[in-house]
Ligand binder design. Structure first.
Ligand code: PHB
Length: 404
């Protein structure tokens, strides 16, 4: 065995840390030939199961394009169902980090699960690419240098909508969303521009996540006399709310508006014509006519039985694309986490949503546009058609500009 003195060992380690070519033995010692393990914490059961499925499918589409090999290393996805339960999500995160020793972690969908995972991820210096959960705090006071978000902060699709609804729909609005962090974040973001534009929140109400009977809430909406509703619901909650809203006869009297998740293609087929005319704000719609999106929609539909990609699929695509580009930039070396962070901060590419880049101050994606979209009948069925847009929407968070 070659004799390695303390001096040469330290010298080699320092040279490697500084990214300096340091002789063949150091390179050999650091060569990584095993698979890149990507831990995936997503809901595959429960209210948001369809979201987890869309994100996973689009990630697989991108990795398949690379033949599941990047910079000479196989890509291995280790998928864990968080069952939409924070304690389960946290347990699965610990398992992926401590037992599987994943190189990169992605997920989750649920803001509460992200908040629960945050300290474990931060203290273990695990790179987490958030592929949905929008908890604003992760771009702000709970920012971590190891956490990036390819999806959105809860603030992003909602803040531009407040002023827009006040100007174009109504100044008397009822707010409703599931009673947990994402619902609260989104309604607060809406108010930020709605109230200064002269809007009045007639009332607000927060049913439990996973509610199936919205009748008591719809009764309150009718009694409030509000001219419009602004809401956030997603997954099976979005299906139930939109259908029951229509069955209750509210559609004719009270304009339904909300965050884009309400009428994404994951739920539109189940909502059917009840969703027609609903106005929402989102960073994506599959009808965008940029070439990357056109190719994505075509390939996704071919691979997944003609399924229309939704915003969640776009997030999965961008998560996988970000990982592929970062791995190529570090030549497959996932051990130097500082280097990976530096590379991730500079990641930029054409996404189905437009030009993708992170804000280095928050590690959160800058949305090229938030589209105001209306559900219309177009070729191929119902879809979200842009009727207006707001450019360059970045979360106000600066949490990652602070020292770690
Ligand atoms: C969240 O919990 O952050 C969340 C969940 C579902 C969505 C959007 C945000 O559609």
């Amino acid at each position: 065995m070659a004799k390695v003195t303390r001096r040469t060992f330290l010298g080699g380690a320092a040279a490697t840390a500084a990214g300096v070519a340091a002789g063949p033995w150091v390179l050999r010692a650091h060569a990584q030939s095993g698979p890149v393990k990507i831990g995936v914490v997503l809901p595959y059961t429960g209210v948001y199961a369809v979201l987890g499925e869309s994100i996973t499918q689009a990630m697989e589409l991108v990795f398949a394009r690379e033949n599941w090999t990047v910079a000479g290393r196989k890509i291995e996805m280790i998928k864990e169902d968080d069952e939409m339960k924070p304690p389960v999500g946290i347990r699965k995160t610990e398992k992926l980090i401590d037992s599987d020793k994943v190189d990169i972690l992605t997920g989750p969908v649920h803001s509460g699960i992200l908040m629960g995972m945050r300290d474990k991820v931060h203290s273990s210096k695990t790179i987490l690419i958030v592929s949905n959960a929008g908890a604003d705090a992760i771009s702000r006071e709970r920012c971590s240098k190891w956490i990036f978000r390819t999806s959105f902060s809860n603030w992003q699709p909602n803040q531009p909508m407040g002023g827009w609804v006040a100007k174009n729909v109504s100044k008397e609005v009822f707010l409703t969303a599931p009673n947990y962090q994402a619902g609260k974040d989104m309604m607060e973001a809406f108010k930020e521009t709605f109230v200064p534009a002269g809007g009045k929140v007639v009332a607000e109400d927060y049913p439990k996540l996973g509610e199936t009977d919205y009748a008591p809430y719809l009764t309150k909406i009718r009694q409030s006399g509000a001219k419009a509703v602004y809401c956030f619901f997603s997954g099976t909650d979005a299906v139930n709310f939109v259908k029951q809203y229509d069955q209750f006869g509210l559609k004719q009297t009270t304009k339904l508006t909300g965050a884009g998740f309400l009428t994404e293609p994951d739920v539109l087929p189940a909502q059917g014509r009840s969703a027609l005319g609903v106005i929402t704000g989102h960073f994506y719609t599959p009808v965008l006519d940029n070439p990357t999106n056109q190719r994505f929609v075509k390939e996704f539909r071919e691979k997944f039985g003609n399924k229309m990609p939704d915003g969640f699929a776009c997030q999965g695509y961008d998560t996988a694309e970000t990982i592929v580009r970062a791995l190529k930039a570090v030549n497959g070396n996932t051990q130097d986490k500082e280097k990976l962070v530096a590379v991730l901060e500079k990641t930029e590419f054409d996404s189905p949503r437009g030009r993708f880049r992170f804000d280095p101050k928050s590690h959160n994606v800058i949305q090229p546009f938030i589209y105001i979209r209306e559900v219309k009948e177009v070729a191929g069925g119902l879809n979200n058609v842009p009727i207006d847009k707001v450019a360059d929407v970045r979360d106000p968070g600066t949490g990652c500009a602070l020292p770690a």
